[in-house]
Design a protein around this ligand. Structure first.
Ligand code: ADP
Ligand code: MG
Length: 688
C-alpha cells in the first residue's frame, strides 16, 4: 500500500503529510494519538459539578466574544449540548484560541469545571474539534485525538480523517513484526500489527498503554542494539596500541604526587591500565562525585601514553577549567621536563599557529584545552589517549569525533554524577564504567544552611571573620544564559555592594563574557590566595578546584537546579578545613524551591541528589537531551521508562553477543529494520 491509496487524499493533503515527515503508510500509523477522549466520561453540561477533576464536554459553539478591558480582557466561548450551555474562558492567548472555534461547529473541551454565577465554565480547557458528534457512537468508548500541525490544518486534515486513514491502512495491510518472537513472549508484548490496532482503535486505556509499551521498548531495543553493535565494531577495528606505564608514570605517583590515592582512584587506574594493555581501544567512563579526585586519574593515564612515546589530550568544557587543568599539570609535570600546551578558542592567531605546529610536530606531549581541540585544524602527531572531563557537557557526537581523530586513540571520559548510576549504565552502554565511590581522606562534611535576606548582616559578619582567619569565599549569582544582561547586572551589583561592605578585602568579579586572559588573571589571583572573595556567575560550576576556598554563598539559591547546586557546592570542602555553604533564597519560595534547599541541607550524596533532581525536573529538562547529545526517543522516556530501557539493553546485548550480524533466521525481520536504522545513525555513533 502507498500513501496515494488513501481515500480522500488530495495533492494538498499528500504534501501536508510529506511536510510532516510522513512518506509511507506505516509512518502514519506511527503518528500516535496525543490522548483519548473517553466517551463514557463525557459529561452532559447540565450535570457538570465543581469536582476538581478534569472532564470532557462535547458541545456546539454558540457564540464567541472578547470581553473586558486591558488586563481583564478575555475570550468567552459559549457551547451547548442537549442538556445546557456553558462557557470556555481564555485569559491568555485568546487571539489564537479565537481561531479554534467556529460557530455551529462541535468541539470537545477537556478541563476542570468551575461555577461562575449561575453557569459553569472552564478556564483554558484543551480544545479538540469534533467533526461529527453523532459519529461518537461509532467508537466503543475511546476516541483517539491526534496531534495536529499547521500543515494538517491548512490541508483540512482533521482528526476524523486521520482516524479513517489509520483504519484503512490497518484493514488493508498487515504490518510486519520486527521483534523476535522470544522477546514478544518474554515481555508479553502484542504483535506489531495488533499493537497498532490497539493504539488507533482502542478498546480500553489499559490495553493501549500496554501496546504503547511495546513501541517504547522497540525504540530502546534498536538503540541498544546499535550500542552493542558499535562496541563490536570498535573492538574489531581498534587495534588499540598497547600502552604500559613507564618511568614517568611511576615518578608521578611515587615521587611527585603529595598524597596517596584513595581506593576508588586506585581501582579506576587499575581498570585503565588493564584497558591500555589489552590491545583494544579503551572507551571508559570514570564516574565520581565532585571532589572525588578524577583529575589525578586523568593525569596518571596521560602519562602512560607519554611513557610510550605518544601524545595525550585533555578536554574541558570551559576555558576556566581548561586553564586550571593546565596549571595543575604544570605544577605536577614541570619537574618531569615534559612539554605541554594549552589550546583554547580565544587565543591570538600567532600563538595558535605555534601551538598547532607543536602538536602536529609531536614536540608537545600533552595538550589541554576546550572544544577547540575538536577542530579539524588540530592534527596530532600521534595521539595515544584522549581524556574528556565533565563529559556530560559534551555531546556523544563530540566524544566520537575524538575517537576518529588520529589513529584510534584510547578514550577516557570523566563525569561527576549528573545522572543516576543505573541510567548511566544503560544510556552509555557502549562505555565501560569505573566508579570512584570514596572521597580523599580528611575531608570534613560541608555545613549547609539557608539564610534569608534579613540575616544578611550576620552572614557578612561570619564572612568577615573567616576571611580574617585566612579563608577564601565564593559568592555565586545565577546566570543561566550567558547572554542575559539582567542577571549579569545582578552579579555586578552584588559585587559593588560587597566591595563597599568589605573595603579592606580584595574582591574580584568573574563571568563568562570576559576575555580569556582576563578570566585567567582573575582565577590565578584567587588560586594564589591574593583574592579573598570571588563574586562569580555559574562559570565556576564545573571542575574549579581551589582547596583553600571554604565558604560559598549562593544568592537567589532557589533559582538553581539541585544538581547545579551540588556541583557548585562541590567547589568547597576540598581541603582539610571546615567548609560552609550558605544558600540565600529570595523571600518568595515555591514548593519545589523549598524542597531543593532542604535536600541540599539533608544530603551531600551526589547520587541521591541526582535522583531527587530527576524526580523534580522530569527527564527532558534533567538530561538536556540536546546538550548531552543523546538520541531523542519519540515515545519512550529514558527516565520514566528506565526499567524498560534496562530490559531492552539486556535483550539487545544478548542478541548481538549470539548473533552479531543478525544472520539467524529468527532475526531476519529484525535485520530488515535494524539495517537502515543503524546506517542512518552510524555517524552519530562514531563508526561511520
Ligand atoms: P573532581 O573529581 O571533582 O574532578 P579533583 O580532581 O578536582 O576532583 O580533586 C579535588 C581535590 O582533591 C583536588 O584539590 C585534589 O588535589 C585533591 N585530591 C585528589 N585526590 C586526592 C587524594 N587521594 N588525597 C587527597 N587529596 C586528593
Ligand atoms: Mg574535575
Amino acid at each position: 500500500m502507498k500513501l496515494l491509496d488513501l481515500h480522500n487524499l488530495s495533492r494538498k493533503r499528500l504534501e501536508a503529510l510529506q511536510a510532516s515527515g510522513i512518506e509511507y503508510p506505516e509512518e502514519l500509523l506511527l503518528l500516535f494519538p496525543r490522548r483519548y477522549i473517553d466517551k463514557s466520561n463525557i459529561v452532559p453540561i447540565a450535570m457538570l459539578r465543581e469536582s476538581g477533576e478534569p472532564v470532557t464536554v462535547v458541545g456546539k459553539v454558540i457564540s464567541k466574544n472578547v470581553t473586558g478591558f486591558r488586563r481583564s480582557k478575555r475570550l468567552e466561548v459559549t457551547i451547548r449540548d442537549q442538556s445546557g450551555a456553558m462557557k470556555a474562558v481564555f485569559f491568555k492567548g485568546w487571539k489564537y484560541f479565537i481561531t479554534q472555534f467556529k460557530e455551529d461547529e462541535w468541539v470537545a473541551l477537556y478541563g476542570k469545571a468551575k461555577q461562575f454565577g449561575r453557569s459553569m465554565s472552564m478556564a483554558h480547557p484543551e480544545v479538540d474539534p469534533v467533526q461529527d458528534p453523532d459519529n461518537l457512537e461509532q467508537f466503543e468508548t475511546l476516541i483517539p485525538i491526534y496531534p495536529g500541525n499547521k500543515y494538517f490544518s491548512k490541508a483540512y486534515i482533521s482528526n476524523s480523517l486521520i482516524k479513517s486513514w489509520t483504519d484503512q491502512i490497518l484493514s488493508s495491510t498487515r504490518v510486519a513484526e520486527c521483534l523476535p518472537e522470544k522477546i514478544l513472549k518474554r515481555h508479553s508484548f502484542p504483535e506489531r500489527h495488533r499493537a497498532f490496532q490497539t493504539i488507533h482503535q482502542p478498546r480500553s486505556r489499559k490495553e493501549s498503554q500496554d501496546a504503547l509499551l511495546r513501541f517504547k521498548y522497540e525504540e530502546f531495543f534498536l538503540f541498544e542494539l546499535s550500542m552493542a553493535k558499535v562496541k563490536n565494531i570498535r573492538i574489531s577495528r581498534a587495534e588499540g596500541t598497547v600502552l604500559k606505564p613507564g618511568t614517568l608514570t611511576k615518578a608521578f605517583f611515587n615521587e611527585i604526587l603529595p598524597f596517596s590515592l584513595t581506593d576508588g582512584q586506585k581501582d579506576a587506574l587499575g581498570d585503565i591500565k588493564t584497558d591500555l594493555q589489552s590491545g583494544l581501544q579503551m572507551n571508559r567512563l570514570i564516574q565520581g562525585d565532585v571532589g572525588a579526585g578524577k583529575t589525578v586519574v586523568a593525569i596518571g593515564s596521560m602519562l602512560i601514553a607519554v611513557d610510550n612515546g605518544l601524545q595525550a589530550a585533555l578536554m574541558a568544557p570551559t576555558e576556566i577549567l581548561a586553564e586550571q587543568h593546565y596549571q595543575t599539570i604544570q605544577k605536577y609535570l614541570e619537574p618531569l621536563g615534559l612539554n605541554f600546551r594549552l589550546l583554547t578558542g580565544g587565543q591570538k592567531t600567532a600563538l595558535r599557529r605555534d601551538i598547532l605546529t607543536d602538536i602536529e610536530g609531536g614536540t608537545c606531549q600533552i595538550v589541554v584545552g576546550t572544544h577547540a581541540i575538536f577542530q579539524e585544524a588540530v592534527k596530532f602527531h600521534k595521539l595515544g589517549l584522549a581524556v574528556i572531563d565533565e563529559q556530560h557537557r559534551f555531546g556523544v557526537k563530540q566524544r566520537n569525533e575524538m575517537l576518529l581523530k588520529g589513529d584510534h586513540p584510547h578514550l577516557l571520559v570523566m563525569s561527576a554524577t549528573p545522572i543516576p548510576r543505573s541510567l548511566a549504565m544503560t544510556i552509555y552502554s557502549d562505555l565501560d564504567i569505573s566508579i570512584i565511590k570514596d572521597m580523599p581522606a580528611g575531608r570534613k562534611p560541608i555545613k549547609t544552611a539557608v539564610r534569608t535576606d534579613k540575616e544578611r548582616e550576620n552572614v557578612y559578619d561570619f564572612l568577615e571573620e573567616s576571611i580574617r582567619a585566612g579563608d577564601q569565599a565564593y559568592v555565586v549569582f545565577p546566570l543561566i544564559e550567558e547572554s542575559e544582561a539582567m542577571d549579569l547586572k545582578d552579579a555586578t551589583m552584588g559585587f559593588e555592594k560587597l566591595k563597599r561592605r568589605f573595603p579592606e578585602s580584595h574582591i574580584d568579579l568573574l563571568h563568562g563574557r570576559m576575555k580569556p586572559d582576563e578570566k585567567e588573571g582573575i582565577m590565578k589571583r584567587f588560586v594564589e590566595g591574593e583574592t579573598q572573595i570571588l563574586v562569580s556567575t555559574t562559570v565556576i560550576e564545573v571542575g574549579v578546584d581551589v582547596p583553600n576556598a571554604s565558604i560559598m554563598i549562593i544568592e537567589h539559591a532557589e533559582r538553581f537546579g539541585l544538581s547545579q547546586l551540588h556541583q557548585l557546592r562541590g567547589r568547597i570542602g576540598r581541603g582539610g578545613k571546615q567548609s560552609y555553604c550558605i544558600l540565600m533564597p529570595d523571600t518568595k519560595l515555591s514548593k519545589d524551591g523549598r524542597f531543593r534547599l532542604k535536600k541540599m541541607i539533608d544530603t551531600s550524596d551526589g547520587f541521591e541528589i541526582a535522583e531527587a533532581d530527576l524526580k523534580l525536573r522530569g527527564p527532558g529538562d534533567f538530561l538536556g537531551t540536546k546538550q548531552s547529545g543523546l538520541p531523542e526517543f519519540r515515545y519512550a522516556d529514558i527516565v520514566e521508562d528506565r526499567l524498560l530501557l534496562e530490559q531492552a539493553k539486556n535483550d539487545a546485548w544478548n542478541i548481538i553477543k549470539i548473533d552479531p550480524d543478525l544472520e539467524l533466521p529468527e532475526h531476519r525481520e529484525l535485520k530488515k529494520v535494524f539495517g537502515p536504522y543503524f546506517k542512518e545513525r552510524a555517524e552519530f555513533f562514531g563508526v561511520g
